[in-house]
Design a protein around this ligand. Sequence first.
Ligand SMILES: Nc1ncnc2c1ncn2[C@@H]1O[C@H](COP(=O)(O)OP(=O)(O)OP(=O)(O)O)[C@@H](O)[C@H]1O
Length: 241
Amino acid sequence: MTDIAVHLEDLTLGYEGHAALNAITGSVRAGSLTAVVGPNGSGKSTLLKGIAGILQPQSGSCRTAADARIAYLPQISELDRSFPANVYDLVSLGLWQDRGLLRRHRREDRLRIAEALVAVGLAGMEKKPLSALSGGQFQRALFARVMVQDASIILLDEPFNAIDAATVQAMLELIKRWHAQARTVIVVIHDPELVSRHFPETLMVNGTLVAWGETQWVMRARQAPPAFCQHEPARFAAGGR
Ligand SMILES: Nc1ncnc2c1ncn2[C@@H]1O[C@H](COP(=O)(O)OP(=O)(O)OP(=O)(O)O)[C@@H](O)[C@H]1O
């Protein structure tokens, strides 16, 4: 698994006995930046939950390296912002794997949180309650939490939904920074233009795998008749994705 971050083997995921995503096989290269695309209800969020380990396979398997650290950011709409916490509290949750939830933070922890807040443009807003943040500010705080987690695999579910253009740009920069740091980043995203411009690899689903490969290839394959090859042929032949 050294050059593979996530391997899916005939993976089927779903809810209460119903499959939402069927029989997916393939690998995500370590250090790659992948967009997950598909229509509403096609199983994109389900796939991320499966990789995050929140949803157990109905059949098949999803494997990550034993020492992988996974950061998972659900859709913002799934999160409760009325929770009585401030920005600092939220970002510091990123430390729980290292420090537990109730430990006092050390100086280096406070520094890590402060650096993350600067990186997302929220320096000075530590004490602001979550309920007082705009959608964009809340998303920035969530990205800061991901930074603090220092994960090798980062899963983001529709991070650009309902946020302002400046925040989209700032979050894209962070994603590119994580990619440059050789982290594996997988992002559910709807906007095809953002996918084409910023994501080298794309995984397209619609209840099952539709196409998986270099983004330009997947975008062309999308136009092809339904019986096209699911994996980009050159890469597949060269030993998998
Ligand atoms: N908790 C759940 N319980 C039962 N069914 C669910 C649950 N979550 C999702 N589903 C169903 O699983 C299928 C895939 O949903 P999923 O949220 O993965 O799609 P998606 O591609 O992320 O959609 P969207 O783009 O609208 O967010 C849908 O039919 C959905 O109704």
